[in-house]
Design a protein around this ligand. Structure first.
Ligand SMILES: NC(=O)C1=CN([C@@H]2O[C@H](COP(=O)(O)OP(=O)(O)OC[C@H]3O[C@@H](n4cnc5c(N)ncnc54)[C@H](O)[C@@H]3O)[C@@H](O)[C@H]2O)C=CC1
Ligand SMILES: O=C(CO)COP(=O)(O)O
Length: 342
């Protein structure tokens, strides 16, 4: 049995805590406010973020982050990506150098453009063992114990395998992968394409359109991911195409839902004001606008979505611009890499 702390009690943090507790781990779940801790303790249900899933008795819920991480073997950080640095700063004085830190948040840090695992090592040091958990994993389904598969990536095989053992169970199958960059970028970048898939559905377009968006979206995700150091083949796996399909085709997805409303004519401000949930793709679209420039890669779909989000571009005009973009060859610029190994 492992002692696992889950930091962040939104939908995904709650589902992770439930899944780990059902597999027999000793779980502590940290939530930001006293009020939220009291409510979760009283109802044993996260009514705001994951209604309908019972939080087992072997999950200890607290609003004290210090108490929540004390003596843990594994700490899973699953707040919105914008809060990951602050969370690391808070736990730094209390955690051991051997504790494995897992990031389950999908995004980049806005001002530094760092991946979440890089943010963690920036604060806690390069020696701290770090892993990334990412895959097609809607909290609503994991919380209801619907069979799901996911990936744990780490530069150290032992670290990945410890996390794999802790999470693996009859309802959650866990694969390991040495390609931390590929797994992490796939999980973050698909949120932008999910916004696009939602826009397409909101505009009343069809399956052909969405399939084109996903396929060409995957091309540009892999293009940037490989430029950042990821392996081509990772984007064909669960954290690449797998998560892209789950997110772009599901009404569970907050990114798809936000895009759908944009396609129907709502503004971004209206949409964000109307939800208490995090829509990571919005901030990621900003980061990727800079990352594409930094790595000198073409990301036409992400670029048009950026314009719709932040430059008031009419989504229909964005689609026309994508359709009439300069002619190209499907096989052009395909870069095959495979370097990451243990
Ligand atoms: N919901 C899902 O199915 C999945 C979500 N993720 C990722 O997990 C991360 C968290 O998402 P969800 O759990 O869905 O969030 P959510 O939208 O369900 O709820 C957000 C949670 O974050 C908390 N929060 C907000 N600001 C915070 C801060 N500064 N410090 C600590 N907590 C803060 C809120 O109190 C709330 O509990 C995101 O990066 C998301 O992309 C990854 C896989 C699946
Ligand atoms: O990452 C997810 C599923 O794997 C959840 O996606 P959303 O953040 O769009 O809900």
């Amino acid at each position: 049995m492992k002692k696992v702390s889950v930091l962040g009690a939104g939908g995904w943090g709650t589902a992770i805590a439930i899944s780990l507790a059902k597999d027999g781990q000793q779980v502590k779940l940290w939530t930001r406010t006293d009020k939220s801790a009291q409510n979760l303790n009283k109802t044993r249900e996260n009514i705001k973020y994951l209604p309908g899933a019972v939080i087992p008795a072997n999950v200890t819920i607290s609003s004290s982050i210090e108490k929540s991480v004390l003596n843990s073997d594994i700490i899973v950080i699953v707040t919105p990506s914008s809060a990951v640095r602050r969370v690391c700063e808070k736990i730094k004085p209390v955690i051991s150098k051997d504790t494995i830190i897992v990031t389950a948040s999908k995004g980049f840090e806005q001002n530094t453009l760092l991946r979440m695992s890089e943010v963690i090592q920036d604060v806690l040091g390069k020696q701290q063992p770090v892993a990334v958990l990412s895959g097609p994993n809607h909290a609503e389904e994991v919380g209801r114990e619907i069979p799901t598969a996911t990936v744990v990536a780490s530069s150290k095989r032992k670290t990945a395998e410890i996390v794999q053992d802790a999470f693996m169970g009859p309802k959650l199958r866990v694969y390991t992968n040495p390609d931390i960059v590929g797994v992490e970028t796939g999980g973050a970048l698909k949120n932008i394409i999910a916004l696009g898939a939602g826009i397409s559905d909101g505009l009343g377009f069809g399956d052909n359109t969405k399939s084109a968006l996903l396929t060409r979206g995957l091309t540009e995700i892999a293009r940037l991911g490989v430029a950042m150091g990821g392996e081509t083949v990772t984007f064909a796996g669960l954290s690449g195409i797998g998560d892209l399909v789950a997110t772009c085709t599901s009404t569970h997805s907050r990114n798809w839902r936000a895009g759908n409303l944009l396609g129907q004519g709502k503004t971004l401000d209206e949409i964000l004001a109307d939800t208490n949930m995090v829509v990571e793709g919005v901030k990621t679209a900003r980061s990727v606008n800079h990352l594409a420039e930094k790595y000198n890669v073409e990301m036409p779909i992400s670029k048009q979505i950026y314009k719709v989000l932040f430059e008031d571009k009419d989504p229909k005009e964005a689609v026309t611009d994508l359709m009439l973009r300069g002619k190209t060859n499907e096989m052009e610029e395909v870069v095959i890499t495979q370097n990451a190994k243990w």
